[in-house]
Write a protein that binds this ligand. Structure first.
Ligand code: C2O
Ligand code: CU
Ligand code: CU
Length: 508
């Protein structure tokens, strides 16, 4: 039985917090760190960006340094900026003593520059891909995709944000002053030992993956950002290894979701709470013109699930219950009236998304994600390998197979619309596909909601019903550098819940 048994119940029926007054955690503002803003690495002009993968020391908790990994810095990496119809040149240098591959999550680029596990840089090696950016404006990210080590390397810090701009998005006059009214918000969770150092173990991860006990935002605990008294855009990435989050503002205010993983929604969607699974990105606009501050809360979805009574009682219980042990981490947006504000209204139409006709869908594929317990050990995943094709006890599989780098699981024809149907035998999983954005039609058996109706590359599925999307691949990935599809719970991925596929002009 999954911990997540009630998620559809509250997602379906309980999204309103109307009338519930949420008191934020009792933080003293002076004690809170500022939101770290990763430096911008602007690759728009095609100049190569140097990206040095290195070890670091980072202070999550005041006064305690912990060994980390980063790109050009101690923890996480710069925000890479590029633009549609430009070339992005990257110059990675692996200075670690272990191999690393770095994947551009959400990018529509060919398999040979996608950064999957085949493209591992040995210690000391460089990798210099040229990426032709053909896709619409979007918030993407890059992270470790090293075979069997994605979870541990990402957890220690090998991840960063990537922003793609285009003329259409710029013409909408959305807030776009990076670090001022356009903020990267990377949510992760981490566990620290008594000395304040990061703790991680794939072997000791629970069957739902590795859950840190403390949420961090851009590597800081409950940070504060100074923002202008106007519209502020948050580019939110759930960069956690395994945890699903529910986001809401402490005063239950309405915000507008304007973009999903692969770019702008057709129209802004007003929301008060939002679920995000690992790997997903959401851009939201929050209006602070009338306020002195607003506090974004990041709830652990599994804590709310355990309440079993829907989101309203869950959230209130977390904030008011005994001990408040699970008080959510938060991001405080503090208005500075001296900053020039973005006051242009959010446009009613953002973009047009062309969906294929049913007659254009030429093939349907089905994927079933399974957690095979083997013996009756329900507390630990129990499988540390994931090598070899046959599923054994405790294996994490897709269609009965664990990830095998020597096996191509699916062969797809370029430029042809397909329908992919996915479900799991147990629990919720965020299913992610490389090299594309797709359009969700069904989520867990229900028609897609407007906030999920844009371009996506990660979709949640659960154990009762199919999630379905339509997808077309426009770039090539051959047998030597195939694309991946996988569960974005990184421990599930490392334990084998992943497959490989090619995209070619003839599938023979
Ligand atoms: Cu973000 Cu294959 O992953
Ligand atoms: Cu990806
Ligand atoms: Cu999974």
């Amino acid at each position: 039985m999954s911990l997540r048994f009630s998620r559809r119940q509250f997602l379906a029926g309980g999204l309103s917090l109307t009338g519930v007054c949420l008191a934020g955690p009792a933080w003293s503002n002076t004690a809170r760190p500022s939101l770290p803003i990763p430096p911008l690495a602007d690759g728009t002009n095609g100049e190569p960006l140097d990206l040095t993968i290195r070890t670091g020391l980072w202070s999550f908790k005041p006064g305690v340094m912990t060994p980390t990994l980063g790109i050009n810095q101690d923890y996480l990496g710069p925000t890479i900026r590029t633009r549609r119809n430009k070339e992005l040149n990257l110059n990675y240098h692996n200075t670690l003593t272990e191999g690393v591959s770095v994947h551009g999550h959400g990018l529509h680029v060919p398999g040979n520059v996608d950064g999957g596990p085949q493209l591992e840089m040995a210690p000391g090696e460089r990798w210099q891909p040229t990426l032709s950016i053909m896709q619409p404006a979007a918030t993407c990210w890059y992270h470790s995709h090293t075979h069997g080590k994605t979870g541990t390397q990402t957890y220690r810090g090998l991840a960063g944000m990537m922003i793609i701009d285009d003329d259409e998005a710029v013409s909408k006059e959305l807030p776009n002053r990076y670090g001022l009214d356009d903020l990267p918000v990377i949510i992760q969770d981490r566990t620290f030992d008594a000395a304040g150092r990061l703790v991680y173990s794939l072997e000791q991860a629970g069957e739902d993956g590795w859950f840190g006990d403390t949420a961090v935002i851009n590597g800081a605990l409950s940070p504060v950002a100074e923002v202008p008294a106007g519209k502020v855009r948050l580019r939110i990435l759930n960069g956690a290894n395994a945890r699903f989050y529910i986001l809401a503002f402490a005063d239950n205010r309405t915000f507008h979701k304007i973009a999903s993983d692969g770019g702008l929604l057709e129209a802004p969607v007003p929301m008060t709470t939002m679920e995000m699974s690992p790997g997903e990105r959401c851009e939201i606009i929050v209006d602070l013109s009338e306020d002195t501050s607003a506090e974004l809360l990041t709830f652990f979805e599994d804590d709310i699930d355990e309440e079993g009574e829907g989101i309203v009682s869950g959230l209130v219980g977390l904030l008011t219950g005994p001990g408040q042990s699970a008080a959510p981490a938060s991001l405080l947006l503090k208005v500075a009236r001296t900053l020039v504000a973005h006051t242009v209204p959010v446009p009613e139409r953002l973009t047009t998304i062309e969906r294929p006709d049913a007659s254009e869908i030429r093939k349907t594929r089905e994927f079933v994600l399974e957690m095979d317990h083997g013996e009756d050990d329900r507390s630990h995943a129990g499988n540390t390998g994931g090598h070899g094709t046959h599923a054994g006890d405790g294996a994490m599989t897709i269609n009965g197979a664990v990830m095998d780098m020597s096996v191509i699981n699916e062969r797809v024809e370029r430029g042809v619309w397909e329908r992919w149907r996915i479900r799991s035998d147990q629990g919720a999983h965020p299913f992610h596909v490389h090299g594309c954005s797709f359009l969700v039609e069904q989520m867990e058996g229900a028609a897609v909601t407007p906030d999920q109706a844009g371009w996506k590359d990660t979709v949640v599925l659960d154990d009762d019903d199919w999630s379905e999307f339509v997808v077309r691949f426009d770039h090539l990935a051959g047998d030597d550098f195939p694309y991946m599809y996988h569960c974005h719970i990184l421990e599930h991925e490392d334990q084998g819940m992943m497959g490989q596929f090619t995209v070619t002009d003839t599938t023979g």
